[in-house]
Design a protein around this ligand. Structure first.
Ligand SMILES: C[S@@+](CC[C@H](N)C(=O)[O-])C[C@H]1O[C@@H](n2cnc3c(N)ncnc32)[C@H](O)[C@@H]1O
Length: 296
């Protein structure tokens, strides 16, 4: 599954390309930049200064999201109970062998990563970390049911390439693990993913892009079960969905990925969705794009 090729991104940080999934782990604009903009900034980590939090990192990969998370938490004496799900051990091994990756972080981050690679766990006074290797669809069942997460990062390959981590059934399991006021954060602004989360009763927000243009209207999605208006106003990165985005959820693009057995192969998940789209009376997303003047 894991033929990987090293890639240098525009901000000088490295990422990998999976030849199996035919996709890069990060945008070519910058692996580090993407982590900060799409995951760390919207997490608003300052609210956990001197406090404890539970975090779940789904599709850990090279570990940029968690390395940056740990780097911030180390500086502010937070106590973290952390779980990660990842199918492939090679990306973490690659991070640990890459000088420029190592230079980005506090030495303690690397100490934790080394322990995760060797023993799948790490523990000290402030940090309790467990990485569960294997298919996230199965391994999520090994997280103790009493743990609810304040932050869940969902960073799988795109739904078209890796639909198994975006299905209704998997996202159902994920949202059960979210604290009532916890944030589920993903880079994806896919209508299918947003609609699935909305149908579970979550409030959906856009992660505000730095520069808004017709084709760059989102940096991703934050889903929250219960949202406090004050939090909404104080978090610069939350933005209510625009009419354009709400309408996206009424098109065929919003038809979800289904994986009833939680063990289907990706081709079957995609094929079933295409069939469902063909039979649906919803508007096409081309219709929607034309209406809002999008070129792609
Ligand atoms: C886009 S990359 C993740 C990038 C990562 N968050 C980082 O900071 O480097 C997607 C990751 O999902 C993993 N993956 C793919 N299918 C999976 C599955 N079924 N269960 C768990 N991990 C999976 C891949 O091995 C890959 O490391």
């Amino acid at each position: 599954m894991s033929e990987l090729k090293e890639i240098l991104t525009k901000d000088g940080s490295f990422t990998l390309r999976s030849l199996f999934f035919q996709e890069n782990f990060h945008s070519l604009e910058g692996a580090l930049k993407e982590t900060e903009i799409k995951f760390i900034n919207p997490s608003n980590l300052k609210r956990f200064k001197d406090k404890s939090l539970n975090v779940l990192d789904i599709c850990f990969g090279l570990g940029y999201n968690s390395a940056s998370l740990f780097n911030n938490l180390i500086k502010q004496n937070s106590f973290i109970n952390w779980y990660a799900l990842e199918i492939d051990k090679k990306p973490l091994k690659y991070s640990l062998g890459n000088k420029s990756f190592q230079q980005l972080w506090h030495p303690k981050v690397l100490k934790i990563f080394k322990a995760l690679s060797k023993n799948s766990q790490y523990k000290d006074q402030f940090f309790e970390c467990n990485i569960l290797w294997g298919d996230a669809r199965e391994r999520i069942n090994n997280i103790p049911t009493n743990i609810k997460f304040d932050l869940i990062y969902l960073d799988g390959f795109s739904p078209q390439k890796c639909p198994q981590v975006w299905s209704v059934e998997f996202l159902g399991k994920v949202t059960q693990k979210l604290n009532p006021q916890g944030y589920l954060i993903t880079y994806s602004c896919s209508a299918a993913i947003r609609k699935t989360l909305k149908d579970f009763g979550l409030n959906i927000f856009n992660i505000k892009p730095n520069l808004v243009s017709k084709n760059l209207w989102s940096n991703g999605t934050i889903a929250v079960k219960i949202i406090d208006e004050k939090v909404l106003q104080s978090n610069l990165y939350f933005k209510k969905l625009s009419s354009m985005e709400e309408e996206h959820l009424l098109t065929k693009a919003s038809i979800p990925y289904r994986d009833a057995s939680l063990s289907s192969n990706p081709k079957d998940i995609i094929r079933k969705r295409v069939q469902e789209q063909l039979l649906s009376n919803l508007k096409t997303s081309k219709n929607w794009r034309d209406k809002w003047g999008m070129t792609k």
